[in-house]
Design a protein around this ligand. Structure first.
Ligand code: PLP
Length: 400
């Protein structure tokens, strides 16, 4: 009989994909479901990036490339890190992978031994612990509370570190909470890390450009140069450039780590798509005017969602600094019964009832390691969000 590997049996299927699937099934039955589950910008890839891809196809850039990225893209990435983050990297310190997810996977595959621990602040993006497990590592969760704006406190980091800690994963702005660490927040964490030289830092900066209210983005190798030699600074094209389907992620860090990651790629994916790499060169080196109006739209939508949350009995959420998610506590609904009679014992019950009764799809917080809560993705139209917000508020007021 068919059996999956022990490594795979420890892994959960993605909860965000499961929530999106449930919504799709109801939609197929003709029900007007508003899906706030997916973590994908609703904007299209900017035209100058598409044109560069078409041009690359015409030029015949259709062959295998250097395994961890073409020199032109590595140069553009070095220039980006210098321009945006005041970080000096050489092309030999840069990895380009087929998406942000594979960057992280390649880093874990290249470094983790059985029993090695990966500290993952919770709430966390669903893939960190499962990728660590797939690579034989052990995720260790460090709680970040709503009271602290879902940002890891230095004391919580300190107690999570053991002699077996290999990596700390930082993600700012965060999926699922939108929380972002200021330079001072990062310096406080860096002070702890400076006392533990065996811990490496993987910082996932995917949502760097999606910040609001004038928030100033910072990344840990920039604010704590003492950690430069053990930090992998990761980023990608998917979110900021609305290029989820193109599959380009990248990272920069110490050369031996970058070499090891390339070795993983030589025997697995080989190079990321040649055409997407040329499109990314144009994206990184080109104009970034498209970001401002898009961020204005995202911020307006964030505020719209927060207004509806504030008007909903039993819900509460801190104001996120970035990304396109609101992480709402639903502690005030637990123990109640929904309008149509479903007992709301967990955040999973709340999300099921919201979908079945209010026809709004969101993802339970426990899937991100923190609950009772749910994640709302606001990367959708103002009209859909307005309608969903009203439905959520009605759902809450009908719970008893
Ligand atoms: N990191 C975070 C925090 C994300 O939210 C995502 C996408 O959901 C990724 C990485 C993965 O990006 P990619 O689609 O480039 O693999």
């Amino acid at each position: 009989p068919f059996e999956v590997s022990r490594a795979l049996s420890r892994v959960q299927p993605s909860a965000t994909i499961a929530a999106t699937q449930k919504a799709r099934e109801l939609k197929a039955k003709g029900i007007d479901v508003i899906s706030l589950g997916a973590g994908e910008p609703d904007f299209d890839t900017p035209d100058h990036i598409k044109e560069a891809a078409i041009e690359a196809i015409r030029r015949g850039e259709t062959k295998y490339t250097a395994v961890d990225g073409i020199p032109e893209l590595k140069e553009a990435i070095c220039a980006k890190f210098k321009r945006d983050n005041q970080l000096e990297y050489k092309p030999s310190q840069v990895n380009v992978s087929p998406g942000g997810k594979p960057v992280i996977y390649n880093a874990f595959a290249a470094t983790l031994n059985p029993g090695d621990e990966v500290i993952v602040p919770a709430p966390y993006w669903v893939s960190y612990p499962d990728m660590a497990l797939l690579c034989g590592g052990t995720p260790v969760f460090a709680e970040a509370t709503a009271k602290d704006g879902y940002k890891l406190r230095p004391e919580a980091l300190e107690v999570a570190i053991t002699p077996r800690t290999k990596w700390l994963v930082l993600n700012s702005p965060s999926n699922p909470t939108g929380a972002a660490y200021s330079a001072d927040d990062l310096k406080a964490l860096a002070e702890v890390l400076e006392r533990h030289p065996h811990v490496w830092i993987l910082t996932d900066d995917m949502y760097e450009h999606l910040v609001y209210d004038g928030f100033k983005f910072a990344t840990i190798a920039e604010v704590a140069p003492s950690l430069y030699d053990r930090t992998l600074t990761m980023n990608g094209m998917s979110k900021s450039y609305a290029m989820t389907g193109w599959r380009i992620g990248y990272a920069a860090g110490p050369e031996p780590l970058i070499k090891a990651m390339a070795k993983v790629m030589t025997q697995t994916t080989s190079n990321p798509c040649s055409i997407s790499q040329w499109a990314s060169v144009a994206g990184l080196n080109g104009q970034h005017d498209f970001l401002k109006p898009r961020n204005e739209a995202f911020m307006r939508r964030r505020d719209l969602v927060l207004r509806h949350i504030a008007a909903s009995d039993g819900l509460d959420a801190p104001t996120p600094e970035g990304a396109f998610y609101v992480f709402a506590s639903c502690a005030g609904l637990i123990g109640k019964t929904s309008g149509k009679g479903k007992a709301l014992k967990t955040d999973g019950d709340v999300c099921d009832a919201l979908l079945e009764e209010a026809h709004v799809a969101v993802v339970p917080g426990t899937a991100f390691g923190s609950g009772p809560a749910f994640r709302i993705s606001y990367a959708t139209s103002d009209e859909a969000l307005e309608k969903a917000g009203t439905r959520i508020a009605e759902f809450c007021s009908s719970a008893r």
